[in-house]
Design a binder for this molecule. Sequence first.
Ligand SMILES: [Zn+2]
Ligand SMILES: [Zn+2]
Length: 291
Amino acid sequence: MIEVTLLGTGSPIPDPRRAGPATLVRAGDQTFLVDCGRGVQQRLAAAGASAGALTALLLTHLHSDHIADLGDLLITRWVTTFDPDAPALPIIGPPGTRDVVDGMLAAFGHDIGYRIAHHPDLTGPPRVDVREVESGTVWERGDVQVRVGATDHRPVAPTLGFRIEHAGASVVLAGDTVPCAGLDDLARGAGALVHTVIRKDLISLLPQQRARDICDYHSSVEEAGATATRAGVGILVLTHYVPGIAPGQEEEWRALAATTFHRQIELGDDLHRVEVHPGMCGAPDEIRPGA
Ligand SMILES: [Zn+2]
Ligand SMILES: [Zn+2]
C-alpha cells in the first residue's frame, strides 16, 4: 500500500486554511515529500512526519509556490538531526534545482555560520544530494522505484511528473501541467494520479490579464479527469485548487471531475489522506468520457 497525504492544497494565493503545494507519499519504510510549498513543515508535523524523517524530496518544478519553504526545510532537518552519519537529503528535481538549493543555502549562510559557531557537534552546513533529472528511473531503493516523465507547464521548462511504485501499488504526481503525452505515458495504469487543477471557468472571468494567463499552462478539473481516464488510473486525487475550494463547494468540484472521470475522485482540505492499494487501476480506454 502507498499512502498519499495532501499536505498543502493551496496555490500562490495565501489562504488561511490551505498551505502551499506539497504532498507526502509513504511507501513501505520510505517517505517522500513532493514539492515544498508554504507552511509545509506545520503540515508535516500534523501528518506525523518531519523534515528529519524524509527519505527524499522530489520537486516537480521550480515555481515559487512549489519551493517556498525549501530553505526552512533544509535548515530544520539540519538542526534536528543528531546522528552525525545521517545521510544527505536526496533532492531530485529538474535542471535548475542545484541553483535553487545552493541559493537557499546561501540565503541562510549567516544562520548556518552562527549555528556552527555555537554548537560543537555541528561541524558543517546542511548536507544535500541534488540530482537534476529529466526522465527515466531516478530512484531504486529497497522495494520502491521512482520514475520521471516530462510534463508541459511551458514556459516553465523542463517540468517533471513522478511515478512512485511499491509492492504492486503506484502513484503518479503530475505537478502543474496541461494535458500532454508525457503525463499520459507516465500515468498509464497507475493506482492513483495526484493532479493540480484550476477552475478555468472561474479564472477566465477575472478582470486581470495576469490572472487569466494562468489558464494556459494548467489543467482544468475536467482536463485532469480526462487525463486520468485516458491513462486508466484507479483514483484521481485533485489538489492545488485555484481558486481555493470554499467550504461547501467540494461537491461542485467533484461533479466537474466526474464529467470526464468515472472512478474514485478524492479532494478536500489539507491533510486529506488516500490509500492506494495494488491493483487499483483500470485499463486505458476502459472508461470513456460521457459513457
Ligand atoms: Zn507551476
Ligand atoms: Zn503551482
